[in-house]
Design a protein around this ligand. Structure first.
Ligand code: 5AD
Ligand code: SF4
Length: 424
C-alpha cells in the first residue's frame, strides 16, 4: 500500500519537473513516506530523519518533507518538529498530493503542517503515478478502514473506508494493460468489503476479469478479511480467466478468546472453514496470512491454538509480527505481555512456519508451471518470477527479453521463501 503511495508522490514530483536521485547528498528535496502500523516501522523512520541533520547543516536549501500515516497520529507532527526542527513540511496521508503546492509556499512560510481527514469528495483521480515497474502495477480499490481491530491504528490515521468508482478502476486497469502491464494487484485494507452503489467486491472482480483489451494478464488482490470473505468470491476465482489462485487471508490469532479481544469478528472454526472451502474449490491455491503473537492476555494455550491453525491451514507464506502497542487503540489499555514471552513465541512461530513452508516448497520440485517474470535482481543476478499461486521462483537466464512476459518453468530446487527454476 505504502509502496504505491510513494509511486504517486514520485509521479507528482516528476510531473512538476523533479527527477528521482539515488544520491541523497545531491537531493534538493527528501520526502519520507511514513508508516505507523508497528512501533518498529516508526522507530526506523525517526532514526532516518535523525540522520539528515548533518546533511541539512551542509545544504541549507535542502527541503525535508515527512508525509504518510505516521504524521496523522494525534500530536505527532508537532512532536516531530520539536525533536527535528530542521524538517520543513509535514503532511498527513490525505494531503501528500498537494506536496508541490506546499514546496512552493516554503520561501514565505518557515514550516508547514497540514493534516486532514479524507472525505468522499476529495478522492483525487487521474493524478500522475511514477510506477516502479513497467510490467506489474498496484491499483487502489478502497481507501481507509472501518473495522477497528483493537490493536490497529489504521482506522484512526487513514479514516473511514471509501470505495473507488468501479468505472475509474476499470479505466485505470484497461490503460495499464494497453501499456504492457501484465500483473495488477488491487489494493485496500479490506478489499472484500468494497461497495460502490450496486457493485460489490465480487461484481468488481467479475468486471475486471471480463476486460478483454489484451489476452494474457493476472489479477491479484489484498488484503482480504475473513469476516467478509464469502464463498461467492471463491467461486468467482475458481471460474475466472485472470484472477490468480492466490489468497492473502490474515488470521492474526488461532485462539477464539484472542480473536474476540482483537474484535476480528470470526472464530477459528469459521477461519478453518474458509480454508477448507478454498482448498476444495480452487485446487493448488496459494494461501498466505498475517499472524501476530504477544497480544494482551495471550496465554501459552492461546499461542498453541495459533500453531495448531498453522499446521492445519498450511500457508505457503506467513507474515509474522510481534504485537506492538499503538497509542489510542483499545489494546494499548490492556495489560501487556512481557518482551521475553513475545520473543520466545515469535521465534517458535517462525520456526514452525519455516518447516511447513519448506515441506510445501519441496512439492514443486520437478514440476512445470507458468511464471510471470517480474523483475531482474541485479544483486543476486537472477530474474524474479512468480507463479499464479504467489510463490516466487528465481531463474538464471541471459535472455533479457523475458522480462515482463509469461514463461514456462521447471522447478529444480526449493528454499523456504523462493524456488529455483529453469526456463523450458
Ligand atoms: N502490532 C503488530 N502487528 C500489527 N499489525 C497491525 N497492527 C499491528 C500492531 N499493533 C499487523 C497485522 C496486519 C499487518 C498488516 O500488520 O498482522 O495484518
Ligand atoms: Fe487494521 Fe483491522 Fe482494518 Fe486491517 S482490517 S487495517 S488490521 S483495523
Amino acid at each position: 500500500m505504502n509502496v504505491h503511495e510513494s509511486e504517486k508522490i514520485s509521479g507528482l514530483l516528476n510531473s512538476h519537473g523533479y527527477s528521482k536521485t539515488y544520491d541523497i547528498e545531491n537531493a534538493d528535496i527528501i520526502v519520507f513516506n511514513t508508516c505507523c502500523i508497528r512501533d518498529t516501522a516508526e522507530k526506523k523512520i525517526l532514526s532516518k530523519i535523525g540522520d539528515l541533520k548533518a546533511l541539512k547543516r551542509k545544504n541549507k536549501d535542502l527541503i525535508i518533507a515527512i508525509v504518510g500515516c505516521m504524521t496523522q497520529q494525534k500530536g505527532k507532527a508537532e512532536n516531530i518538529l520539536k525533536s527535528y526542527n530542521y524538517v520543513d513540511i509535514i503532511l498527513g496521508s490525505n494531503n501528500h498530493l498537494d506536496l508541490v503546492k506546499y514546496i512552493n509556499e516554503l520561501p514565505k512560510k518557515k514550516k508547514i503542517i497540514k493534516i486532514e481527514s479524507l472525505e468522499n469528495n476529495n478522492l483525487i483521480e487521474n493524478f500522475p503515478i511514477c510506477r516502479d515497474s513497467k510490467y506489474k502495477a498496484y491499483v487502489n480499490i478502497t481507501y481507509g478502514c472501518n473495522n477497528y481491530c483493537t490493536y490497529c491504528i489504521v482506522p484512526y490515521v487513514r479514516g473511514s473506508e471509501i470505495s473507488r468508482d468501479p468505472e475509474k478502476i476499470i479505466s485505470e486497469i484497461t490503460n495499464l494493460l494497453k501499456n504492457g502491464v501484465k500483473e495488477i494487484t488491487l489494493l485496500g485494507q479490506n478489499v472484500n468489503s468494497y461497495k460502490f452503489e450496486n457493485v460489490d467486491f465480487n461484481k468488481l472482480l467479475s468486471m475486471i476479469d471480463n476486460i478483454d483489451v489484451v489476452e494474457n494478464f493476472w489479477i491479484r488482490f489484498m488484503t482480504s478479511h475473513p469476516k467478509d470473505f464469502n464463498s461467492e468470491i471463491i467461486e468467482t476465482i475458481a471460474n475466472s480467466k485472470h484472477l490468480c489462485k492466490s489468497i492473502h487471508l490474515p488470521l492474526q490469532s488461532g485462539s477464539n478468546k484472542i480473536l474476540n479481544l482483537m474484535n476480528r469478528k470470526y472464530t477459528r472454526e469459521q477461519y478453518l472453514n474458509i480454508i477448507k472451502n478454498i482448498k476444495d474449490n480452487i485446487p493448488n491455491c496459494g494461501i498466505t496470512t498475517d499472524i501476530m503473537v504477544g497480544f494482551p492476555y495471550e496465554t501459552e494455550k492461546d499461542f498453541l491454538d495459533t500453531i495448531d491453525i498453522l499446521e492445519k491451514a498450511k500457508f505457503i507464506n506467513a507474515f509474522t509480527f510481534v504485537y506492538s502497542k499503538r497509542n489510542g487503540t483499545p489494546a494499548s489499555e490492556m495489560p501487556q505481555i512481557s518482551a521475553e514471552i513475545k520473543k520466545d513465541r515469535i521465534m517458535r512461530l517462525i520456526k514452525k512456519q519455516n518447516e511447513i513452508a519448506k515441506n510445501l516448497s519441496n512439492k514443486y520440485i520437478n514440476n512445470t508451471y507458468t511464471a510471470f517474470v517480474e523483475s531482474y535482481d541485479n544483486k543476486n543476478k537472477h530474474f524474479i518470477t512468480r507463479l499464479e499461486d504467489g510463490k516466487q521462483v528465481n531463474i538464471n537466464s541471459s535472455d533479457k527479453s523475458i522480462l515482463g512476459t509469461f514463461v514456462k518453468v521447471k522447478i529444480i530446487n526449493a528454499g523456504i521463501s523462493a524456488l529455483l527454476g529453469e526456463i523450458i
